[in-house]
Design a protein around this ligand. Structure first.
Ligand SMILES: Cc1cc2nc3c(=O)[nH]c(=O)nc-3n(C[C@H](O)[C@H](O)[C@H](O)COP(=O)(O)OP(=O)(O)OC[C@H]3O[C@@H](n4cnc5c(N)ncnc54)[C@H](O)[C@@H]3O)c2cc1C
Length: 431
């Protein structure tokens, strides 16, 4: 079946042949075009799209294979969602070692983007907790990859953007927790210096740290935000039933625009409760999952997320310049996030996290003005020696990618000749 597909940002759209997979031991389907695995499409741009090619939909690979309740080692097929793992693991006293801001991603997608979460300073990326996986290559070989076996292919596949073959199943270690609640604390800050101070003070005693920043702030409100730090709570009460809201249809225009941006950010800053609170793990880790189809609010043209990291030396100046450029543009979102990454060896050749501070925010797609703004942000990130996250990208230029990921040529030896993506063609073949 040929269909038009999109990822979470709803930009770009791609025409591709869709082939659903159901069995982890089946061969790759014959195809005259290039192929790419597709998890749950929670990447924002074209890293999971293959315009003119074939997409292997992996959600049918959804079986748990083995779980050791002594060690927390779980083996499952690559199409299992994090939400399914949590539904199984949390009542048994286990949790994901690392989780991004949505639970609706697959294990294969978590590996291919080597995802990070609010505990990067403690636990690094998902790839660090991976014991091994089976990789199906287009020549029909099935390779068990771990740090001891096919170690080079292991490092190329972790963060390898789906280009080394199809991950059929994976094995990783969960971590023990006392219960499903989080002990959180929210503190306000005024300016980037206060953000860095809070981050440094909080890391030793808090497993999770992240901040929301008002990207529309200027003058007295420039750099204001809310710092959230948390640990798993010892509270064991059963969770209350949760309700999910939804965006029932796509509005004709983005609801986030120059007129609403200031008001939404000011409202969020004013209305968020400060101080300590004990909350269920889902709203803590996955606030955006609380509203189904939230990506519709940006209207039919979709949106672009921009996530960059800038190194520690000069981070404050680079972030200030990024924020001033964004505020002056009148564009941006209510969902702007800051987090300090610590210096850990990367799990994969193309893993994105590295020492520095990461800033992530959404921009409604307003055509050329949005693309020009993102180019200007790239200029700042390049000058600071930082990088932009491929999982969130739909437009970075090839020359930028090659600077952000100086080891990219090492990848070429491991890319499966039949695998490709819109992202990969753009950044390796484009200027
Ligand atoms: C609301 C929201 C919050 C997010 N927060 C974060 C965050 O905090 N941190 C973070 O790191 N990311 C975050 N993300 C991004 C998301 O975690 C990643 O893009 C993730 O990779 C999506 O997984 P997926 O299963 O949807 O994969 P897809 O988006 O479908 O695919 C992602 C990549 O994985 C490859 N792939 C998928 N399955 C396989 C397989 N079986 N074998 C080989 N390759 C495969 C694809 O080819 C593609 O290159 C967020 C996304 C959303 C929507």
């Amino acid at each position: 079946m040929t269909a038009t597909g999109e990822s979470w940002g709803r930009y770009p759209r791609a025409r591709q042949q869709i082939v659903p997979l159901h069995w982890r031991d089946a061969d790759l389907p014959p195809s005259a075009t290039s192929v790419l695995a597709y998890g749950n499409g929670r990447s924002y741009g074209d890293v999971c799209l293959n315009d003119g090619g074939t997409l292997l939909h992996t959600r049918g690979l959804d079986r748990f294979i083995a779980f050791d309740p002594q060690s927390g080692v779980l083996r499952c097929e690559a199409g299992v969602l994090f939400s399914q793992i949590l539904a199984f693991a949390v009542p048994r006293g286990w949790f994901l070692p690392v989780t991004p801001g949505t639970q609706y991603i697959t294990v294969g997608g978590a590996i291919a983007n080597d995802v990070h979460g609010k505990n990067h300073h403690r636990s690094g990326t998902f790839g660090e907790h991976l014991r091994g996986f089976e990789l199906l290559r287009s020549d029909g070989t099935r390779l068990h990859c771990s740090r001891d076996e096919n170690a080079d292919l292991f490092a190329a596949t972790v963060g390898g953007l789906g280009l080394t073959g199809l991950i059929a199943w994976a094995e990783f270690t969960l971590k023990p927790i006392a219960g499903p609640w989080m002990a959180c604390e929210t503190l306000e800050f005024h300016g980037l210096r206060e953000f860095f101070d809070l981050s440094a003070q909080s890391e030793a005693a808090h497993e999770y740290t992240v901040a929301w920043i008002d990207c529309a702030g200027s003058g007295a409100t420039f750099g204001r935000g809310l710092f959230m730090r948390a640990n798993h709570s010892t509270e064991t009460r059963t969770l209350p039933r949760s309700r999910q809201l939804s965006v029932p249809l796509t509005p004709p225009l983005s609801l986030i625009n120059r007129a609403t941006l200031h008001a939404f950010n000011a409202l969020y800053f004013r209305s968020t409760r400060r101080g300590p609170a004990t909350v269920p793990y889902r709203p803590y880790f996955y606030p955006l999952d609380g509203v189904a189809d939230l990506n519709r609010i940006y209207g039919p043209r979709g949106f672009l997320q921009y996530q960059c990291v800038v190194p520690p030396a000069g981070a404050e100046a680079a972030l200030a310049e990024l924020l001033r450029t964004i505020a002056a543009s009148g564009s941006g979102s209510v969902l702007s996030v800051l987090k300090v990454f610590t210096d850990r060896p990367a799990a994969g050749i193309l893993s994105f996290p590295r020492a520095g501070t990461t800033l992530a925010l959404d921009f409604p797609n307003s055509g050329a003005t949005t693309f020009e703004l993102l180019e200007r942000l790239d200029d700042i990130v390049v000058a600071a020696g930082g990088a932009v996250y491929p999982a969130k990208d739909a437009r970075m230029r090839g020359d930028r990618f090659r600077r952000y990921f100086p080891r990219w040529e090492e990848m070429l030896a491991y890319v499966d000749p039949r695998f490709s993506s819109g992202f990969w063609r753009r950044v390796t073949q484009g200027s």
